[in-house]
Write a protein that binds this ligand. Structure first.
Ligand code: ATP
Ligand code: MG
Length: 252
């Protein structure tokens, strides 16, 4: 059974079909890449999975439970956590406190029946410590986000996601605005997060990063998933090169 199944998902904004009949599945433990030209519907698909956009048709199921139609907080307590294309950290809280927020009402370990309940303090501290260590933020735990360079702020966001111990983490362009060195470091961290047992869906434009971290790739264009498979075989398809790679030539 797939971890997440999306069947014929449709999201419209007026006359725009932002997501236009997408059917895909995410498998447990994989790092999935989601690529496509600007405006092709990647963020809207992530919004539809996480409850931030309403489906006009189709369904999303997590572990065989239908989650489409639920509120974002209900979907979060069932084990899906996300970051946003623009960083959203609370500036008056320290790095550690920002990460702590991820544990609030998070899914309890086990069968999920504890979802929505407060966790015991020890469990909260363990989760935060683990997330801080996994993202390499030990030295910055007492700092405020604004004191950190952009790349580290991104890591705090991802740590907040990890701290909720989700089954699935959705990352919307986590590498955006990073230097090449920061990108290389973060890609190593994402591989570690996957090794730790998390399933990831990562939106990213840089095919070098996609090839490095993803085992499965989805390509979107005009709201549709036009191809999927291993990054290598998918990137070679003519339909993909026409839609996406051709456009990127000389800019990567
Ligand atoms: N809230 C909204 N209201 C109206 N139209 C929207 C809204 N959100 C997205 N769209 C439109 O839906 C389409 C898909 O947008 P989306 O942001 O999902 O694309 P994307 O693939 O994430 O693009 P990018 O690579 O630029 O982030 C675009 O045509 C966009 O203008
Ligand atoms: Mg987007």
């Amino acid at each position: 059974m797939s971890l997440l199944s999306i069947v014929d998902a449709q999201v419209r904004f007026g006359g725009v079909r932002a997501v236009d009949g997408v059917t895909i599945s995410l498998e447990r433990g994989n790092v999935h890449g989601l690529v496509g030209p600007n405006g092709s519907g990647k963020t809207t698909l992530v919004n539809a999975i996480s409850g931030f956009a309403r489906l006009h048709d189709g369904s999303v199921t997590l572990n065989d439970e239908q989650i489409s139609g639920m509120r974002p907080d209900q979907i979060f307590t069932r084990g899906i956590s996300r970051t946003f294309q623009s960083i959203r950290l609370l500036s008056t809280l320290t790095v550690r406190e920002n990460i702590l927020i991820g544990t609030d009402r998070a899914r309890a370990e086990g069968d999920g029946r504890g979802a929505g309940k407060l966790l015991p303090r020890d469990a909260v501290n363990d989760r935060v410590d683990h997330a801080v260590a996994l993202l390499g933020l030990e030295k910055f735990a007492g700092d405020f986000p604004s004191q950190l360079p952009y790349g580290l702020q991104r890591r705090v966001e991802i740590a907040r996601s990890v701290a909720s111990r989700p089954e699935l983490i959705l990352l919307d362009e986590p590498f955006a605005g990073m230097s090449r060195a920061e990108r290389d470091e973060l890609s190593d961290v994402l591989i570690e997060i996957a090794d730790d047992g998390f399933t990831l869906l990562v939106i990213e434009h840089d095919m070098r990063i996609i090839h490095k971290i993803c085992s499965h790739l989805f390509v979107m264009n005009f709201g549709r998933c036009i191809a999927e498979g291993s990054p290598r075989e998918t990137a070679e398809l003519e339909i993909v090169q026409e839609a996406y790679l051709g456009k990127q030539h000389g800019t990567a």
